[in-house]
Write a protein that binds this ligand. Structure first.
Ligand code: AMP
Length: 307
């Protein structure tokens, strides 16, 4: 079952208290693909400029990622620069240079149009809708967005919500979109606009899956070393969608497991700079971490009814 992602392919420059990178491989579609490909082949649609290093694309190819949808355009690649605070909980965007990404018009290659699992990375909601017109009959569509689109293109975003299965956003985006500070009420507000489910990413507090009748919460893996939180959310999405695509199962039980696979891949992403934390991860590593999650949250009720 094809797994398609559309989103940014970037040259990231990131400063954390532990070091910095310059023009490193990054972008939402890249983190998604590097994570998802551990579980299931990923097809990428995006754009790069003619300054994009071939070696960066090779890293994705080495993971078996299908790059047939990556267009090269004359001009500069998308560049993003950010600095994290000492506790890594907040970051400041220092520079966003759109380059060829400014005129990105996603064209889905014919061989990707049958994809059953589709992730619409954080791009203009107009383009996200346009991608949905090009794919034939997806089984599950998940979608990310950001404050910029919530503020600038809310009507189109609301239109998009009517056509997707899962909105996957962080807590501040859910609050801003709904206008409600309470994330649980915010999730239900979003559910009222069309999606069957909402996944709210909460950084070091894990992630929450909400549907109209139930909720499921996965913690973040308790890491003693975090180097670079960039792309954790996209790696989470890659793990989540990669698990679903590899099983083809979208039952409630499978969605709960997908949340844990997402959290596992997100945790590998933050253990090193850029995509390096994901580059050598094996399926066995992921399974071992998923098992660790099981131990982390498992408990038995005291059935004797003692207090
Ligand atoms: P995250 O840490 O999940 O917010 O994702 C960070 C990634 O998103 C970086 O690799 C950036 O290159 C990419 N990114 C940052 N700003 C944008 C934007 N406006 N549109 C698309 N991708 C972006």
């Amino acid at each position: 079952m094809g797994l398609l992602v559309v989103g940014s392919i970037a040259l990231d420059s990131v400063i954390t208290p532990f070091g910095e990178t310059a023009d490193a491989l990054g972008g939402a579609a890249v983190f998604f693909a590097m994570a998802g490909a551990v579980l299931h082949p990923v097809q990428v649609v995006g754009v790069v400029g003619n300054d994009f290093p071939e070696a960066h694309l090779q890293k994705l190819a080495a993971r078996g990622v299908d790059l047939a949808g990556v267009e090269g355009q004359p001009g500069e690649s998308f560049r993003w620069k950010a600095r994290y605070s000492y506790d890594l909980n907040s970051r400041e965007t220092l520079e966003t240079r759109l380059g060829v990404f400014a005129d990105f018009q996603p064209r889905i290659p014919e061989k990707f149009r049958d994809a059953k699992f589709v992730f619409l990375g954080n791009i203009d909601p107009e383009l996200q809708l346009n991608v949905l017109d090009q794919v034939k009959q997806p089984k599950l569509v998940a979608c990310d967005t950001m404050n910029y689109w919530i503020q600038g293109k809310k009507d189109l975003l609301l239109e998009l919500l009517r056509h997707i299965d899962i909105l996957m956003v962080n807590d501040s985006e859910a609050r801003e979109l709904s206008g409600d500070w309470n994330v649980y009420r915010a999730a239900h507000w979003i559910l009222g606009r069309g999606p069957k489910m909402v996944v709210i990413k909460q950084g070091e507090h894990g992630a929450l899956l909400v549907d109209p009748t139930t909720m499921f919460k996965v913690p973040a893996y308790p890491l003693q070393e975090v180097f670079d939180p960039t792309g954790a959310g996209d790696a989470f999405a890659g793990g989540f969608m990669g698990y679903l695509a590899s099983t083809g199962d979208v039952s409630d039980a499978s969605l709960r497991r997908a949340m844990v696979y997402g959290a596992a891949l997100g945790s590998f992403a933050v253990e090193a700079f850029g995509v390096e934390g994901l580059a050598d991860v094996t399926l066995a590593d992921v399974r071992a971490r998923v098992r660790a999650f099981k131990d982390l949250v498992h408990f038995d009720m005291d059935e004797a009814n003692r207090p």
